[in-house]
Design a protein around this ligand. Structure first.
Ligand SMILES: Nc1ncnc2c1ncn2[C@@H]1O[C@H](COP(=O)(O)OP(=O)(O)OP(=O)(O)O)[C@@H](O)[C@H]1O
Ligand SMILES: O=C(O)[C@@H](O)C(=O)CO
Length: 425
C-alpha cells in the first residue's frame, strides 16, 4: 500500500506517541526528525515528521509546519494530520491556532477538527472541556507548566484566542449518535460560519467513530488518540509484528528535563528505590559551572550494570526561584533552553561511555537530545506504556543503532523507568 497519512508533530515525544498509535493500529510508519531534504525511500503507509515547534514563535512554527506539509504532500500523502499535545499545550499567541490556519490555507480545506482526547492516557474532552485524569486541565498541574501554562480548560475559548477562524464544538451526544450525526453537525456548524470544531471524546469508542467520520478529510488536527481510528479507513488491522526491534545493547541511562507532576513522581520513585541518580542544579549555570563535565565524571563513578538518571526536574516553586535568580543576573537568560542544551550535550557524551539504551523524559528535552545525537529517523518498537514506545535510531557518531525512548512529560506509570528497561533487557 502507498503512503496515505502525512503527519506533522509539534514535538518529538508527541511524534513517537502518534507513530506508536498508528503502528499498533496496523499502519507501517516512519518517523523523521525534521523535514527531510529529499524524498525518502520507504514503503510506509504513514510518515510522521517531528518538529520542535510547540514553543517557538508562531511565525516560525507556521513556516516549519507548512514546509513539512508540502514535503508530505509531495511524498503522496492523501490526508494530513497535525499532532499537538493531548493537554493542548499552547499560549494565546499559538501555536496550535496559527499552524491550523496555515495548514487550512495550504490544503484549501474549509473545515477541520481539533481533538486532543486520548482516553488511554486519561485525556478526555466533554462539552469542550479538557480533563486530565479526574480533574480539569487547569487543575492537573498543567497550570504550572514552565513554558505553556494551561489555565483554561475550555478548548473552544483557548483555540478561539489563537485563530482568525470561528471555533465551534461537536459534543459527546452527537459523537454518540454516530457518523451521520457528526456529518450533520458539521454542516450545521458550517452554516454558522464555524471552520474548526473541537471534538468531544470520552472513550476509545468515540475516537473510533470519529475516525470513520473523518475518513478522507484533507486535514485533521489532534493529539495522538484520534489516530487509533484512522488505519481501518484503509482496511488495516492491529498487528504486533509491526513493533518488533532488534536486541538492545549497552549501558542504560535516563535524561530527564520534564518537570511535570507525572515525571516528578517517576523520579521520586526511582530515588526511593535506590536508583543511581544525579540532580543537576540549574543555578550552577549562573556562575559558569560546567554541568556536562560534572555529570560525566559522576556517570563514570556509577555501576555500569544499573541504569543512571540525570535530571533537572524540579517543583514549580524551585523553577520560580531559579527563574527569579536568573532574571536578577541576566534578564535575557533563557534558563530552560540552556538546560535543554546541557542535557542534550550530556546525552551525546553518554554514548562515549557505552550507553546504548537511552530514555529521555520531556518533549522539548527530547527534541534537543535527538538533534544533538544527529538522529534522522526513528523506528517504532514495543509500547512501554500508552503513548511511549521503545524505538531504535541510527546514530551517525557511533555508526550504530541505539534503543531510544522519548517519554512525554505527562505519560507513564510511576515505575516507568524500571518498567522501560525491563522490557528490553
Ligand atoms: N529546574 C528547572 N528550571 C527551569 N526550567 C527547567 C528545569 N528543569 C527543566 N526545565 C525546562 O522545562 C522544560 C520542560 O519541557 P519538556 O517539554 O522537556 O517537558 P514536558 O513539558 O514535561 O514534556 P512534554 O512536552 O512531553 O509534555 C524544558 O525547557 C526544560 O529545560
Ligand atoms: O499528546 C501528548 O500528550 C504527548 O504526545 C505530547 O505531545 C507531549 O509532549
Amino acid at each position: 500500500m502507498a503512503l496515505e497519512l502525512g503527519c506533522i508533530a509539534d514535538d518529538f515525544t508527541g511524534a513517537t506517541d502518534l507513530a506508536n498509535n498508528l503502528v499498533r493500529a496496523g499502519m507501517t510508519t516512519v518517523q523523521t526528525i525534521g523535514v527531510p531534504v529529499d524524498s525518502i525511500d520507504t514503503d510506509a503507509q504513514a510518515l510522521v515528521v517531528s518538529l520542535k515547534s510547540r514553543s517557538i514563535p508562531a511565525s516560525d512554527a507556521v513556516a516549519q509546519s507548512v514546509a513539512a506539509a508540502r514535503w508530505l504532500l509531495k511524498q503522496g500523502a492523501s490526508q494530513l494530520y497535525f499532532k499537538y499535545c493531548s493537554t493542548f499545550d499552547s499560549t494565546s499567541a499559538g501555536n496550535i491556532g496559527p499552524v491550523t490556519d496555515a495548514l487550512m490555507d495550504l490544503t484549501g480545506c474549509d473545515f477541520t477538527v481539533a481533538c486532543p482526547a486520548f482516553p488511554d492516557n486519561g485525556r478526555t474532552v466533554f462539552k469542550g472541556y479538557l480533563f486530565a485524569g479526574d480533574v480539569l486541565l487547569n487543575e492537573s498541574g498543567m497550570q504550572h507548566h514552565p513554558i505553556t501554562p494551561m489555565t483554561d480548560p475550555n478548548l473552544v475559548r483557548v483555540l478561539q484566542a489563537q485563530t482568525r477562524r470561528k471555533v465551534g464544538l461537536i459534543d459527546y451526544s452527537v459523537v454518540a449518535d454516530g457518523v451521520r450525526a457528526i456529518h450533520e453537525r458539521v454542516d450545521a456548524l458550517k452554516r454558522d460560519g464555524v471552520s474548526i470544531a473541537i471534538l468531544d471524546a470520552i472513550s476509545n469508542d468515540d475516537l473510533l467513530t470519529l475516525g470513520r467520520a473523518l475518513h478522507s478529510w484533507p486535514l485533521l488536527t489532534a493529539g495522538s488518540g484520534l489516530a487509533i481510528g484512522l488505519p481501518s479507513n484503509w482496511g488495516l488491522r492491529p498487528s504486533a509484528q509491526a513493533a518488533q526491534l532488534e536486541a538492545s545493547w549497552g549501558r542504560a541511562a535516563i535524561i530527564c528535563g520534564s518537570c511535570s507532576s507525572t515525571t516528578r513522581s517517576q523520579v521520586d520513585y526511582f530515588l526511593k528505590r535506590g536508583g543511581q541518580a544525579l540532580a543537576l542544579d540549574p543555578l550552577r549555570l549562573l556562575d559558569g559551572g560546567d554541568l556536562v563535565q560534572a555529570a560525566l565524571e559522576w556517570v563514570k563513578s556509577q555501576s555500569p550494570e544499573r541504569s543512571v538518571l540525570i535530571y533537572t526536574t524540579a517543583t514549580p516553586e524551585a523553577i520560580k526561584h531559579t527563574r527569579a535568580r536568573a532574571a536578577a543576573v541576566n534578564g535575557e537568560m533563557d534558563i530552560s533552553g540552556q538546560l535543554e542544551q546541557v542535557l542534550a550535550r550530556i546525552a551525546h557524551e553518554l554514548l562515549a561511555v557505552g550507553v546504548g539504551r537511552l530514555l529521555v523524559a520531556g518533549g522539548e528535552t527530547s527534541g534537543a537530545v535527538v538533534q544533538a545525537l544527529g538522529i534522522a529517523q526513528l523506528r517504532i518498537g514495543p509500547q512501554i506504556d500508552p503513548g511511549v514506545p521503545w524505538c531504535t535510531a541510527w546514530v551517525p557518531a557511533l555508526s550504530r543503532r541505539i534503543h531510544l525512548s522519548l517519554k512525554s512529560g505527562n505519560f507513564g506509570s510511576v515505575d516507568f523507568f524500571h518498567k522501560a528497561f525491563a522490557l528490553i533487557d
